[in-house]
Ligand binder design. Structure first.
Ligand SMILES: [Zn+2]
Length: 469
């Protein structure tokens, strides 16, 4: 409820705020800045920064910052995978703002691409290339914001810290956010952060929804290991490890784990009631009432699995391994479960519940090493969240604003675990673009027309939260 009230207030104050921002923000001729935004964005997309080559982006950024007189520092656990930090100093009356983006991209299968994946080719109104969505728009917006803060000599109440980090996509050795948090946290410590993890949706020609990322689930994967007696395939045995494992996988795969809403997901579904056609709105409404939540969940499980996953800690069997020959009963069989925990889940208690569901002493639950720390959701009642709502209203008038929880995992986990209130941003896409050209997909692209409003969005958020008032 609190969020809905806040949204109503935000909507009501949009006009006065817009006037105020126009009056106090230094004038930027955004049309004139377009060629530079596009040039820098394309230059970054043209760098093949798959894991191990992040230095290419750092070299580029360092050169740009050097030319503008913005000092930088690099921090590298692996010399080919450095992280770059640039800081514009404020007067210290407020704690810093961190704006970060990752420089690495996932790999490509060149034969799947209609164009050079590192060409930043411009075709049909899109810029095509690996990283064109993930994460070079954010990297570009952060870079342009730093350059303009410096060029315009904006007085700041807070330091603005720019971080270009390596190894977000693949970081088995901890070169990126883990290294910065464990070895150089003082360089990036901040009250608030913005980074990838949000976005906006275009319907027709209009942006209708803005998602502000405020929370994410935590990977808490396990192996299920069943043991029995090895033997000849011609002799059936009651303790066959494969049979025990299969039964356990069947039980956890169908297990309806408890539904639990948090501030973010409650506000998210409340907003969806207002935005959805009547049939679907009725489902969301039913979801928010304990008496009717059961059938609503069953509907989402079948028709909207991603929304179903937002309701609970999820258990998804993803791998099975057993056996060496058609005539050999193996003594061991194992399965991997991709478990994604809600923020605040008591993982040990959850594993204990899962053991009860399995109810078979022949099957052990073996947790896999944690890839991320547990992280609380970021708050919705902060100055930063309010600014992001206001700026959303300015850049995308009449769009609905939804706090959102990612079912995936990101580097925001490490920041939130350290007490930084971190929020996800991202450029706008149509639904079909999101489905057909997703981040990490065979082919990635971003509408050029989405890039410029997104840069302005980041600029407005940063100046509104950090500039001297
Ligand atoms: Zn990313």
């Amino acid at each position: 409820m609190r969020t809905l009230t806040a949204l109503a207030i935000a909507a009501a104050t949009v006009c006065s705020l817009r006037a105020q921002m126009a009056a106090t923000n230094p004038p930027i001729d955004w049309d004139k800045l377009r060629p530079e935004i596009l040039e820098r964005y394309r230059a970054l997309v043209q760098l093949d920064t798959t894991a191990g080559h992040e230095i290419l982006a750092v070299d580029y950024l360092k050169k740009v910052f050097d030319a503008e007189g913005i000092p930088t520092r690099t921090f590298a656990l692996d010399p080919n995978r450095p992280n770059l930090v640039a800081r514009l100093k404020g007067n210290g009356s407020k704690r810093p703002l961190l704006i970060l983006a990752h420089t690495d991209v996932v790999g490509v299968q060149r034969e799947k691409w209609p164009v050079d994946p590192f060409g930043a080719v411009m075709k049909d109104g899109y810029v095509w290339g690996r990283g064109s969505k993930d994460d070079k728009p954010v990297l570009t917006a952060n870079l342009i914001t730093m350059l303009m803060l410096k060029r315009l000599g904006i007085q700041l109440d807070r330091d603005v810290i720019f971080l270009a980090e390596s190894g977000e996509e693949a970081d088995t050795t901890g070169v990126g956010i883990n290294y910065m948090v464990s070895e150089h946290f003082g360089e990036i410590d901040a009250e608030f952060a913005i980074t990838e993890g949000g976005g906006a949706r275009i319907d027709g020609t209009r942006v209708t929804r803005v998602n502000i990322g405020t929370a994410e689930k935590l990977p808490a994967r396990v192996r299920l290991v069943a043991t029995g007696t090895a033997g000849h395939g011609s002799v059936p045995r009651l303790d066959n490890a494969l049979v025990h494992l299969s039964a356990a996988v069947e039980k956890v795969g169908r297990w309806e784990t408890p539904m639990r809403l948090n501030d973010t997901t409650r506000a998210y579904f409340q907003r969806l009631i207002l935005l959805s056609p009547p049939d679907r709105a009725a489902i969301y409404k039913a979801l928010l009432d304990v008496k009717t939540a059961g059938p609503a969940q069953a509907y989402l499980r079948e028709h909207a699995p991603a929304e179903y996953s937002m309701l609970r800690t999820s258990v998804v069997p993803t791998m099975m391994k057993a056996g060496v020959g058609a005539n050999v009963i193996p003594s061991e069989a194992e399965a991997t479960l991709d478990i994604r925990a809600l923020p605040g889940e008591d993982i040990d208690a959850f594993y204990a519940d899962m053991a009860k569901v399995i109810g078979d002493p022949a099957v052990r639950i073996v947790p896999l090493p944690a890839s991320r720390p547990p992280s609380p959701a970021s708050k919705l009642d902060t100055e930063m969240y309010r600014v992001m709502e206001q700026v959303s209203n300015t850049i995308y008038p009449d769009a609905a604003i939804l706090p959102s929880m990612s079912t995936g995992a990101s580097d925001q986990a490490q920041l939130r675990a350290k007490g930084i209130q971190s929020y996800g941003v991202g450029p706008a896409s149509t639904e079909s673009d999101t489905l057909d050209y997703p981040a990490h997909g065979d082919v990635e692209r971003l509408a050029e027309s989405s890039l410029y409003p997104f840069v302005r969005y980041v600029w407005n958020v940063v100046t509104e939260i950090a500039k001297h008032k």
